[in-house]
Design a protein around this ligand. Structure first.
Ligand SMILES: *[C@@H]1O[C@H](CO)[C@@H](O)[C@H](O)[C@H]1NC(C)=O
Ligand SMILES: *[C@@H]1O[C@H](CO)[C@@H](O)[C@H](O)[C@H]1NC(C)=O
Ligand SMILES: *[C@@H]1O[C@H](CO)[C@@H](O)[C@H](O)[C@H]1NC(C)=O
Length: 214
């Protein structure tokens, strides 16, 4: 009787704790195992990888210059050095990218994370850093003062519900409609915006994880 009561009390206090502190964005998700083959790096086509990317102590560092070439000679896109999470394209369910990002002061007009693919257009969401702030494309403000510090990003795409959510440091900062289902995948790194870009762009990423819910 006494132990049942204690057990109940522990349960209630745990519940209160979770409610007060807020749930973690990963709650209810299943971790999808990743191997090196899931990390495909895109970079200016005429330059060796090690001149735009390094991986040390678990940290992916990616950089690019405004006058670099695109990823392919036949492409007319802006320069980029990006990790493409390959082999995990999705078109339904709920998919979730988690990573710790770092953007050095000075990098501006750079997409640091995106969901590539959509029914309308090439992307579902673009998260760009301008002057230390994160924006949805070049528009809505998502988070401020992100230069020179590690931040935790959780980007959740509910394809069936048509909703994308952005969490920074565990806090929900932004939610928007997606742009229709498609052949979808996550990317992170640096991809120059069409305008207002710094000459040098860099972001670093560690502890990249993919989760889903089917
Ligand atoms: C970024 O660098 C500029 C120029 O050196 C400086 O004025 C600014 O305070 C720095 N911002 C942060 C957040 O460190
Ligand atoms: C999609 O990307 C291609 C180049 O990869 C570009 O030519 C096209 O204009 C883009 N479409 C939209 C809607 O942005
Ligand atoms: C570029 O910056 C200028 C001046 O701050 C601003 O008026 C313009 O809207 C920006 N363009 C884009 C595409 O963000």
């Amino acid at each position: 009787m006494k132990s049942t009561l204690s057990f109940l009390l522990v349960c209630v206090s745990l519940l209160v704790c979770v409610t007060v502190n807020g749930a973690d964005p990963t709650d209810g998700f299943t971790l999808v195992p990743l191997t090196d083959a899931n990390f495909v790096i895109q970079k200016p086509y005429d330059i060796p990888l090690e001149q735009r990317y390094s991986f040390k102590d678990g940290v992916h560092r990616l950089w690019v210059y405004a006058d670099d070439k695109p990823l392919d000679p036949s492409s007319n896109t802006q320069p980029r050095t990006e990790i493409h999470i390959a082999g995990l394209d999705y078109s339904s369910g709920v998919w979730h990218f988690e990573g710790y990002g770092f953007v050095p002061n000075g990098t501006s007009g750079a997409t640091v994370t995106q969901i590539h693919g959509a029914a309308h257009g090439n992307t579902t969401i673009i998260l760009r850093i301008y002057d230390g702030n994160m924006r949805y494309y070049s528009r809505n403000l998502i988070a401020q003062n992100l230069y020179d510090k590690w931040f935790r990003l959780n980007l959740i795409h509910d394809v069936d519900g048509g909703i994308v959510s952005v969490f920074i440091n565990g806090e929900k900062k932004y939610q928007t409609k997606d742009r229709g289902p498609g052949d979808l995948h996550f990317k992170c790194g640096v991809y120059a915006a069409p305008a207002n870009i710094s000459y040098y762009m860099e972001s670093r990423w560690r502890d990249i994880k993919i989760y889903n819910k089917c």
